[in-house]
Design a protein around this ligand. Structure first.
Ligand SMILES: NC(=O)c1ccc[n+]([C@@H]2O[C@H](COP(=O)([O-])OP(=O)(O)OC[C@H]3O[C@@H](n4cnc5c(N)ncnc54)[C@H](O)[C@@H]3O)[C@@H](O)[C@H]2O)c1
Length: 297
């Protein structure tokens, strides 16, 4: 896709972090932008800010775990701006009681509570699938150029089977399937999967949006959160990721990997698979050395 002026982009998780940065970048390119989020106050604040900058913007409350809220989002977006050209299925959450997240005792994937599996898979995987199911038929029907960006993570490219890692592996496979289907159909659409390392966003406080039916939020003073927050605060700026995403849409790249520090691990994972042996163990000390040397991890 090369022509952005006057076209329309819809971004889920658009009130914070990377989603907000994508929406602001699309608006700066002259696009109409639709910010969709579960967090009403943050959404209103960001929509008002864009309106004050005289951008064409609409805010819609959604819970991407619920398909009907995405159907409403599509209908409201079309009513306001007409055809939709870019969809970013970006809303996502991480839970501190997931495998690999908790400080202290080692939790296996089987120890993760069902409520955490349901919430994390519900937003990170089902929310992305619902977005594709609801928007792609419209985008194929109108026949104009367009692009889908699904946010996974580097966690979708390396071993690690908590709910977060499993959900992001699902988003990767789903997006590859979508890309190949568009190619096979000769559609004017393409698809990308975004697999960042650490980005400086609010995901360390994702529990703020955890519906009560999916379990109580984990203790806000949990030691693991401190570690996560400190790692995230040194992460890449969301605006930098947005620039890389924008260029990848122009260049029709399927795989968007903003952080090169993880390349050796991704390669090592595939090597271990082909050696038919054990999964790669991540060398976190090596990652920390790279981080201390100023690399983005
Ligand atoms: N920050 C990182 O280091 C990092 C790394 C890799 C991937 N990611 C992924 O990036 C995406 C964006 O997260 P972020 O880091 O910008 O975090 P963020 O918390 O700043 O933004 C996420 C947004 O999603 C919204 N959201 C949460 N649940 C929702 C739901 N059910 N329905 C609609 N909106 C919902 C939140 O309100 C928030 O505005 C996520 O998919 C996340 O998994 C983040």
């Amino acid at each position: 896709m090369r022509d952005f002026e006057g076209k329309t982009a819809v971004v889920t998780g658009g009130a914070s972090g990377m989603g907000l940065a994508f929406a602001r970048r699309f608006a700066a390119e002259g696009m109409n932008v639709v910010l969709a989020d579960i967090e009403a106050d943050a959404l209103n604040t960001q929509v008002t800010r864009l309106e004050q900058e005289e951008r064409n913007v609409l805010g819609v409350i959604v819970n991407t775990m619920r398909r009907e809220t995405l159907e409403n989002l599509r209908d409201e977006a079309i009513d306001r701006f007409g055809n939709i050209h870019i969809l970013c299925n970006n809303a996502g959450v991480a839970s501190l009681d997931d495998a690999g997240m908790t400080s202290g005792e080692i939790l296996g994937p089987w120890d993760v509570p069902d409520s955490t599996w349901d919430w994390v898979m519900g937003v990170n995987f089902w929310g992305v699938l619902y977005g594709c199911q609801v928007f792609i038929p419209h985008m194929l029907d109108h026949g104009e150029e367009g692009h889908i960006v699904n946010t996974a993570s580097v966690a979708g490219l390396i071993p690690g089977g908590g709910a977060y890692g499993v959900s992001k592996h699902g988003v990767l496979a789903l997006t590859e399937g979508i890309y190949q289907s568009f190619e096979a159909m000769g559609a004017k659409l393409s698809a990308s999967v975004l697999c960042p390392g650490l980005v400086n966003t609010n995901i360390g406080h994702a529990e703020r949006n955890r519906p009560s039916e999916f379990g109580a939020p984990v203790d806000p003073n949990d030691e693991a959160r401190e570690g996560l927050l400190s790692m995230l605060s040194g992460g890449m700026d969301p605006e930098q990721v947005a620039g890389i995403v924008f260029d990848s849409i122009v260049e029709q790249r399927c795989y968007i990997l903003p952080h090169t520090s993880w390349d050796d691990f991704v390669r090592g994972r595939v090597d271990n698979i082909l050696a038919r042996g054990a999964p790669l163990t991540l060398d976190f000390e090596e990652l920390m050395r790279r981080r201390a040397a100023g690399e983005q991890v």
